[in-house]
Design a protein around this ligand. Sequence first.
Ligand SMILES: [Zn+2]
Length: 404
Amino acid sequence: MNNHFIKLFHLQAFKIEKTELIGEKMIIHCRLKSQRVICPSCGKWTKTVHQYLKPQRIKHMFWQGNIIELSLTKRSFFCWQCKKKGLPWLTLEQTDLIPKKARYSLVWADQVMKGLGQTTFKTQEELSKSSFSTIRKLLASRIDPYIGVWPKAGKVISLGIDLHSFSGVNMIPTVCDLTNGRLITILPDNKQNTFRTFLRNIPKKKKNLIEEVCIDMDCHYIKTIREELPNIRIVIDFFHVVQDANFRISEARTAIQKTNKIMISKRLLEKNKEHLNPNERVELNNIFKVYPELGALWKVKEKIRLIHKNPSTNLATILYGGLIKEMKESHYPSIKQWAKTLNRWQDGILAYFTYHTTNGYTEGVNTKLKTIKRLSYGFRNINNYIRKALLTFIPIGLLLYHYI
Ligand SMILES: [Zn+2]
C-alpha cells in the first residue's frame, strides 16, 4: 500500500498482508508491525512468537458509505526465562490504537464522536454501520456527567447553575463555566446527593480557583454549596429578582381574576414603566385604584428595577435596605412575605453590584437544549440525552482520543 494511503487510513502501526473489497467493505488483512513485546513477568523484551491467533475483525474507519475493517492477526509471545522460573510466560501483543477487548480502533471511535457532535445517534449508527448500544457505550466511556468536562488550561472563576426540564416532568441542573462560557455538565436528577457528588468530583486544581457561584433565588442547592465550597461567594443574578417580582405580581393577578371573574392583562403588568404609553398608564392606574394590592406589588417591582440600574454598590446597598424596611411595614401580607425573601438573599443580590455576574450564559444553554431535544425526536433515556447534549456544547477536542 502506498505511503499516502497508510497515512490517510492511520495504518502506520500495521504490517499489511493484503486488502480486499467486499461490497461496501474494504478489509485490510494485517498484523502489528512491531517484532517484540515486553514480558510482564520479567519486564524484558521477547521476540519469540508462540502462536498466531485467529484474525479479529476491528472497525477502523468509515468513509463515503464504505467501511474499512481490519482483519487483525494478533500474536502471543513466549518468554523462556519466565517459563523456567514457573512465572507467567505468555504475552498477547496489544496496540494503543485498539482499546482492550474492543472491536473498534480509536480512529473509528473519534470519527463516531465527531459525528455525534453534529448529528443524531441514528445517523451515526447508519454511517458507521454499528448498533445503537455500541455507540451509546462508546459515548458513556468518554463522558461522565458526574465529573463533567473541565477546560484543560485556564481557570474557572464563576460557576453558573440553573435547572431545566427533561421530558416535562424532571427538573435537572445545568452547570456552566461562566468565566469561559462553557457547559460543564448536566446532572441526571436534582437530588442534593447528586449535586454533592459533582461538587466533590471537581478537579482539585480547578476547585481552589473557583470564587463564586451564580444561582437563582429558588436554587435549592445553597446549603450543599456552602458545605462543599465554604469560601465561595454566592451571587444572585439580578434578572431573577425582577423575574421573581413578575411572578409574584402574576400570582396576585390570578387570585384577583378568580375571585372577581375578570381579566387583567399580564402583558400590561409586566411592561416596564418607561415603556408604557399614556393610554396604558391610565389603564394601569384604573386597575390599581380598584385593586391597590396589585398596585403596591407593581411599585415594589419598579423600585427593584430602579435599584438595578444603579451603578454604585454603596448606593444600591442603601436603597435596597430602605426598600426592605419599607416593605416590612406594608399592611399587605404578600409584600411582607416578599420582604422576608429579599432579606434572606440580600448578600447574594448585592454581590451582583460588585461583580456583575449574570447567569445569562447558562440560560442560553438551557434554551438551546430545548432545540436539541426537539431535533433528536425527544429522548427517553436521560443518560443518552445528557451525553448527547454535552457533546453538542463541549469542544470536541477535549473528548477525542488523539491517537496520533
Ligand atoms: Zn519474562
